[in-house]
Design a binder for this molecule. Structure first.
Ligand SMILES: COc1ccc([C@H]2[C@H](O)[C@H](O)[C@H](C)N2C)cc1
Length: 449
């Protein structure tokens, strides 16, 4: 091991109450909302197919022109309570909001820059409205914060001169101040999702990333911070030079999920995957016809896949500039929500079962009891669902929607589950009562230090 000052501060999963709640939430709503939602990927009549929140660079728009969008920000259709109700109906247990994306525009009235919601026609503190509305629905709120800031004159992509060093130190003070006011003025915030930390300027200032994590946890004990913030003494990000995860959970899965067979080592720590509905649009884009738009079922399978590997799934919504939620996203919320209404117990507070992945779907395991859930996405034509269980496991009971289903042992540690013959519009859940069998997932729990 190399001695590190700014590397991982602990190993193994946090087991305090705040982290257990963060983990048990499992399903979150990401919201990307900022000035980019106004043009929605279209500039001077031309549609740019790249991510809408990058339109400033795609269309090579000067900062002064882009920043004047602030004077147009007046979301007349914005209703925080309606958004929160929709998220509740979808079954989201937490919501992560872009307090400030790369453009540098702040959804809260920051004292550290005028480039904020207070100087828009809307004027009011949107962040406060969202925190209150979502908390009122029992949904935890987490803050996304981009360190990269296209608006701020002291931002640097790299440190190549003494002037760069002086300017960037001022920038880091600015960012620390913004984070302090976010953690202080919105006391119910539960976690911080850092982005925009891939540049050399940050890699060369790993000390600051640890200082920020420690400051936030001092102001908000129990706060959860993602690995994406952190760089160690040598500029290594997410995982330090000794191979240890920094921050409280691994946040490298962006628009991709770990493979349930090859990447099972991800279960040794907490992690979260964030996902777009189109191929690559986080902010609102006017034209979703340019790429595949994932169906509710595709997204539901990703949620179950993520839970089955002990991770959290953060599904993105990109509200329009007027504060409305597009029809596709409303449909996704309703469809996933209907299934979560019946089956949320196989997601919330559930984890990796440690059983071998099979083609029919995914296993999830509640924290306590000898239950293993099967979420079936691939229904066998003959209605006989072949299940392999760990050596020596006995299945004492299997139910589907509360009704017993026949379990027929066909070989050592192999069973047919007789599925009721019906048209399955949504994935059925089979609850197994299983006793015995090797405890396989223990091997990935690292020693706690
Ligand atoms: C350079 O490639 C990037 C950079 C930043 C991103 C941002 C997206 O705008 C969104 O906020 C996502 C979570 N983040 C990684 C995506 C791709």
């Amino acid at each position: 091991e190399v001695p590190l000052k700014y590397g991982a501060q602990y190993t193994g999963k946090r087991t305090d109450e705040a982290m257990n709640k963060w983990r048990g939430n499992r399903f979150g709503q990401f919201i990307h909302w900022g000035l980019y939602a106004i043009p929605g990927g279209v500039w001077n009549g031309k549609t740019y197919n790249y991510a809408a929140e990058f339109l400033k660079s795609s269309a090579k728009i000067p900062t002064s022109t882009w920043d004047s969008l602030m004077y147009q920000f007046n979301p007349v259709k914005f209703n925080a309570r309606q958004w929160a109700k929709m998220a509740k109906q979808m079954g989201a247990r937490y919501m992560t909001i872009t307090t400030k994306h790369h453009e540098g525009f702040c959804l809260w009235p920051s004292q550290y820059t005028d480039f904020n919601i207070g100087n828009t026609p809307y004027k009011k503190d949107i962040l406060k409205e969202l925190v209150e509305a979502y908390n009122a629905e029992g949904i935890d709120v987490n803050f996304y914060y981009s360190v990269l800031d296209w608006h701020h004159p002291d931002w640097r992509y790299d440190i190549k001169s003494p002037e760069d060093s002086v300017a960037f130190r001022r920038f880091l003070q600015f960012a620390s101040g913004q984070l302090r006011e976010l953690a202080t003025n919105y006391p119910t915030v539960k976690a911080f999702w850092f982005d925009g930390t891939w540049d050399n300027s940050i890699k060369k200032n790993g000390w600051w990333t640890l200082e920020v994590e420690q400051m936030l946890k001092k102001i908000r004990p129990g706060a959860v911070v993602n690995s994406r913030l952190r760089a160690d003494d040598f500029g290594k990000r997410h995982i330090d030079s000794n191979g240890k995860l920094m921050g409280d959970y691994e946040s490298g899965y962006e628009r991709r999920l770990p493979n349930p067979v090859k990447d099972v080592q991800v279960t040794r720590w907490d992690w979260e995957a964030c996902m777009t509905v189109p191929e690559n649009q986080w902010g609102y884009h006017k034209d979703w016809s340019v790429s595949h738009v994932k169906s509710p079922l595709e997204l539901l399978e990703m949620l179950v896949h993520t839970t089955s590997m002990g991770g959290n799934f953060l599904l993105n919504f990109g509200p329009a500039g007027d504060g409305s939620i597009r029809a596709e996203e409303q449909h996704i919320a309703r469809t996933i929500g209907a299934w979560m209404q019946q089956n949320g117990q196989v997601i919330y507070d559930c984890d990796y079962a440690g059983w071998e992945k099979q083609d029919w779907g995914y296993f999830t395991k509640p924290r306590t009891g000898n239950i293993v859930n099967m979420v079936v996405f691939n229904i066998p034509v003959n209605g006989l669902l072949k299940v392999k269980v760990p050596a020596g496991t006995k299945i004492s009971k299997a139910t589907l929607a509360g009704k017993n289903v026949k379990v027929e042992e066909i070989a050592k540690d192999q069973f047919f589950i007789h599925l009721p013959q019906q048209a399955y519009k949504m994935p059925p859940v089979i609850v197994l009562e299983a006793v015995g069998g090797a405890k396989t997932n223990a091997q990935y729990q690292e020693a706690k230090t």
